[in-house]
Design a protein. Sequence first.
Lengths: 486, 136
Amino acid sequence: MHIECLSNPDGKQVDVIVTTVPWTDSSIPLMAPAVLKPIVEHIGLTCLAVDFNAEIYNATQTHPGKHHLTNFFFHGVGHLTVNDWLKDMFESAAYGMLSWKPKFIALSLFSYASKTSCEWLCYYIKKISPDTKIIIGGAGCLEQFTGPSTFADDMIRRGLVDHHVRGDGEHTFQQLLLGNTSYPGIDSVTWKILTNEELDQLPYPDYTDYDFGQYSKKMMGIQGSRGCVRTCTFCDYIANWEKFQWRTGASIFKEMKLQFDKFGIRSFKFQDALTNGNLKEFNNLIRLLAEYNQLNPRESFNWGGYYIFRNQSANDKEMWDIMAQSGAEFLSVGIENLNEDIRYAMGKKFTNESITFHLEQARRCGIKLDLLFLVGYINETQQHIDNAKTWLDQHVRYQDNLLITWGGTLGIFPNTWLDKNKDRSGVIMIGNLPNAWINPDVGSTPVLRAKWVQELTEHSLQLGYDVKPDSLDTHWVLEQMIKTNV
Amino acid sequence: MSNLNQGRFELKLKFGQLSSGKLISANLFHEDHLCTGYAVDITLPTKITLVVHGKDMNNDTKLDDQGNIAEDLYVRIMGVYLDGFNLGEEFLYKKIKFITDSEVLTTPYLGFNGRVEFDLDRPTVFDQVMAWKNVA
């Protein structure tokens, strides 16, 4: 099999290859290799940074055994119609990478669906060239945001991987390449968080080795912050990223312009947990973008990303106007719950009145909203679900501007506030899975919460809301519970 | 690559013993050669056999007053690995054939004298793992 992103007709050599591994369903480039390429080059090493996932993702879309390929990537299960293709793919990828004679191969795992590929890819690389060092990193290595990575530990024990990098990878990865393997974040649970200054000084991602023809959307990822300003009780992301780190609006704007000059891309998707965590810098950014767009109407920028609602304030109408002028096209907003008391208990302190205000502004400005929910908070009852349905009834006028993602039911993840306060919250764990909990005080059980997701989904669909398909993990949760006898 | 047909076959076993301390015997054979322990380096294609023996069918299963098994002599296959790749629960419970004198049982619980044959008939480790982990 010819793998274009790894082809090396001139027999060139690089010190480091950084690549994504299948399988991630993404219509835009995955960022990690582009982020790490300048980090590698900064210490005088050469680097090939490619999005191998994109090429394989596209190949699977037209393959007659697409379903079986997806099954392999997610579950490691083969099928007669795809086994030869997969073997050829892994063998070709390993030879393709090794044709560059790298000292290090770094594999970025975006999600848990990258594990199977990672395992086989490492197997082939080590079989062919046992001395080539393999480094893995990314959220896909972690079963949960905090705590050890069983997957990475097992890969190292089996000799398939040499090192696992976690947390803010830029400095960690650089130190690893320099031979400082005791640096925090290398084969360790703890890692060193970058300061705002360090984050601001990182070089801009370099997509030179990417083939933009591989993507259905001409859009690029960008990161303006890490961590979150909120301290939501259920959130395991903040249990891992304990501090909010942000870049200046000017720095982000400069990066957008540079990427446009270099690659002609004018659409950006912020990969932050929230774009407007630092309101001052967010305002700076949207003003810069709005000014730019006004001066360059034929080359205007647009963007989307995660966004938090706050309580309505005096300047908010103007801010929505500037956001529209800045090119904001879609915002994903973690509403989580349509009951104020539940939302406040979660740590999402904005009123229902403010939600309606922001929905009105978004509609007025033509900015699409993806509302994200988490069903079945620890003290949630049928009455709350009924209230949510009433809210949906009363807000159908906004439905053309909304996408609704009900998501899964509440999971209690290690090291979150909920996890640390289970005893006084009335929550009792009934198994090892995050969703395996009950609250006898309010009669909350996994089965009831799964039923609530179904109820809300059906109700919103009946009202004509656009509900994100396949967003439910409810079936998965129930299956896992049956498997583990919860 | 020639070494893609080479790997390590490994079984993880759990033994159930009687209060007297008696254990069932289980021996791994690779191409008719007795292996030390339950792991062996192999070159595909090949055959591996786990032979279970030494159980007295009249005395080595003890029942309590209600007729439940109180003690049993057995060996249970807890895991099968080929070059570190775990073949998983589906393989254990659906594809292990335990051949006794009188019947063939699909189970990893080996509570009789008999044998399990692992026929590794594919050319590479990838092919073999996928063949065993194939969906029907």
